[in-house]
Structure formats: structure tokens, C-alpha cells
Ligand binder design. Sequence first.
Ligand code: DP6
Length: 366
Amino acid sequence: MSRELRRRGAAPSREREAGEAVDPGAADSPAAVPGAPPLPVAVCTASPSLALLKYWGKRGGRKNLPATPSLAVSLEALKTTTRVRIADRDEVIVDGKPQDPERYAPFFAEARRLLGVEIRFHAESVNTFPAAAGLASSSSGFAALALACATLAASPAGGAPARRRAAAPSPARLSALARLGSASAARALFGGFVLLPAGGRFARQLAPADHWPELRILVAVVAEEAKELSSRVAMERTKTTSPYYRPWVRSAAAELPEAVEALMRRDLERLGGAMRRSYFRMFASMLACDPPILYWAPESLALIRACERLRAEGIGAWETMDAGPQVKVLCLAHELPRVRQRLEALGVRLIESRVGGPAEAHLEVS
Ligand code: DP6
């Protein structure tokens, strides 16, 4: 799979004919001038990375290194598509909203260093799901941005020396670049089941999507609006004010071997138990903050209770939550209709997903 990611990221899989692609921002770009050379646009699609074991907390320093190991699965049904072109200054627009340039500055500086280019990047990103609402949109967002920037830099217009263009960055280096934006994004470049170790600079795939074809993920969308507190701010508050932060970090490390083994054996009951310990302990550390952090909504608790009842009836429905009120439920395909029916009765919107593949990119010429 790594080789596949390398191929997709480094050597754009296809180039479109001039005029076929429509670049919404091309009108104010240098290439819109008559007679100017065609403007390449790198297009990348990535799925968010849902943590089964949670990353929550950073090691010291400014490198955005995770304090806990995280084990995750790619959500095939949700997508972020990012289009990147050369511009006069770095700029990112997500779902039509311009983003704070400071948030992206370390990422773009590292992208230029890694890719050996001087260019500035204009990125427009569109999500098929609510962004910044606890559905890991920053994981797919920064993964797509990293691969799109690499794809653009690898084109002749990127301006990198030919030698540098031929030697595309490895999946590990791209994952480390994505991590600077959001640590969960280090995982989202890869498909299937992915591990980002504690203190890890990059993630690696443990198993491809077809490792567990029966696995399904139901995403229960409780609230569509963006959360009030970003995970970055909430993590920092947990680290600096929660008396449970250190015990959380210790317990997260201890949980990893059991969860990896359960995943490799496709044992949903064991994996589900580890998942629950992970998310409940993560939230325990947040509840003990000053002031406390509570992302749950009444519907979240109703969904957790519904999963408990399903399990009591012998149906394997194992839930997890992130920095938002949404609840994600893992189950097996043959039990999906019953799980679906029970959760639907609570009046929430459900998105059904399989395990997704890696981020993909190609180059278009406008
Ligand atoms: C609860 O990756 O969004 O979803 O690195 O500060 O951008 P930053 O945080 P981010 O945090 C994700 C937290 C989580 C758990 C997880 O995905 O592992």
C-alpha cells in the first residue's frame, strides 16, 4: 500500500486535457493571462481517520508530536477534496471560508523545505460532511493538502530541480508533513488500519482496507455546526489543568498492544472494549479540566445507551466519540440492519461507511 501511495503522490496518475478542468480560482491567477503557460492544479481526495484508540495531548516543543499512540480506521463514506494551485501567497479556503494563515504557516514552510520549492500555494477544500464538528475533518484536510502540494511541486511548474521532482517524498515524509498541520492527518494519508505511535513523527499502515471486509462504521451526526472549542485548545487545557492528564497518557500506552492484537485477529468484542476504555478515559481527563470540557450532547448519551442495550442483546455495536457530540459505531455487516434500525429510532442522521483506501491525487491542467 505504501508503494501505491508513493505512486499516487509522486507521479500524478493522469493529466487532463487543457480546458477540461475548471479551476474556480484560475481567473485571478497568473496563468489566466493570454499566452501564459497552462496552470497545473493538483487535486487530492482523502477520507478522515477515525481513532479507535485516541490521540489526545502533545509532547513538548512545537513539532505537534502526539503524547499518546493512536490506532485508526479510514472512513470511506466521508471525503475531503482539495485543489491546490500556485499563487502569490499561501491561502486556504475550507468549504468557502478563508482560514487563519497562522494556523497553516508551519505546514507551508515545511512543505517548501521538504519539496524543494519556493512557490506559494492556494488551496480550496470541500468536505462532504460537517467540518470541525468532531468528524476528523482536519485529518482528511491536512492529508489532502500535503499530498496535493507534493503533486503540484512534482509538476514542471512547481519549479523544483528535476532531480528533486523525480525523487518524490516517501509516504513517511508526507505523513510527517501532514502531522505538522494536525497529528491525526499523519494517519489519514493511508487507507485501512493505521498506527501513529506516541511521539511518532509519522504514521504507518498496519493492515489494508480489505483486512476486515465485514467491518462497518455508522456515523451518527448529532450536530452539524462547528464545535466551540478546537481539539488543539482543548488538548492544551487538558495537559495544563487536568489532574488526570498523566494517568490518561500512561493508560493510553498500556492499551495499545491489546487493541492491535484484537484488530489483527478481527476480534470486534476485544477491540470494542479497548475502544471504550480509550474514549471514556480521554473524556475523563477533559471533564477534570479547569474549566471543564464537555463535548457531549444529550443525543450522544442516548446513542451510547442504545449501543449498550444492543450489546446486552448479543449484537456487537461498539461506539466511540471524538472532540464533538457525534457518535461513531463499529459493527459487522450482517448486524448492520438491526444496529441501524435501533439508532435511527433516536432521530439522528446516520452515515454508513466501510473501511476506506488511501488518499489519492492527480494533476489537472487548466
Ligand atoms: C479526538 O488531530 O485535530 O479526534 O494535532 O491539534 O490538529 P491537532 O489535533 P487533531 O486531534 C484529534 C483528536 C481526536 C482523536 C484522534 O483523532 O486521535
